[in-house]
Design a protein around this ligand. Sequence first.
Ligand code: DX5
Length: 290
Amino acid sequence: MKTRPPSAPQSEAAWRRHKQSGRPLPPVEARPQATSGSDPAKSGEPPARRPAAAARLKLQLVPSILSADFNRLGAQIADAAAAGADRFQVDIMDGHFVPNISMGPMFVAAARRATRLPLEAHLMVSRPEQWIAPVAEAGADIIIVHAEATVHLHSLLAQIAALGKRPAVALNPASPLELIDEVLEQATMVLLMTVEPGFGGQAFIASVLDKIRRLRRRYRRDIEVDGGVEPETIGLARAAGANVFVAGSSVFGHPSGPASSPASSPASSPASGLAALRQALTRSSRSRGQ
Ligand code: DX5
């Protein structure tokens, strides 16, 4: 007998009504990889604000392929996956929302062919509504929209969820948390940029640490940081409350793509970059008694 999806209406009547409506089922509200242990449902808090959940969030390393050697992208992704990457970020830039043009959905598809690990599509574009379906089709699992890029954030996050993908929202360093207050329940992750978006190899903006702390106090799901994440800065972001860490040049070692250095440069083995970040995370957890 065909089992019903977990988010299907429980009662027979409701299930029949749902089938007749032809509407898609809402995506499963579990975020399984982020929370485990005691049932936060009993806390009575809305999902995004349940206290116990945050303490069980998994620490995740997310290489950004913007700094990979595009001449051997598949191999670089496979190396990073073998070296313990948790998922990958594909930076989609349109030369308008940010002063750089990088990759389109076809790079999501290329990364999809290179790994089974989850993929994030980070939309740094002025018209995100135009790119949600194409990156979803190309294989993205998490789709990140910048709050500064749209006046229809609620419907864009709902659109991503309706496609069965994880909706996430991003803020530039100068943007206040208040900009996303009304969508925290919809967002399965918040990305706080620790550099101005557009390029790899930039310095970490330490003033964002306080914003991470303030968000962590009222948001219990994944908080991701992106930009300037290195062994010297990852512990600071962790201590402030982040649990997902995007890293480009400190993993792939090519701050500005393939042209800048030959494949044999010492930092081009993702394994050593990831190991250094993981060690720094362990050190920071130890120093916090975790
Ligand atoms: C920048 C991108 C980042 C970038 C990070 O706009 O969103 O993902 O690739 O690169 P690093 O880690 O070198 O700062």
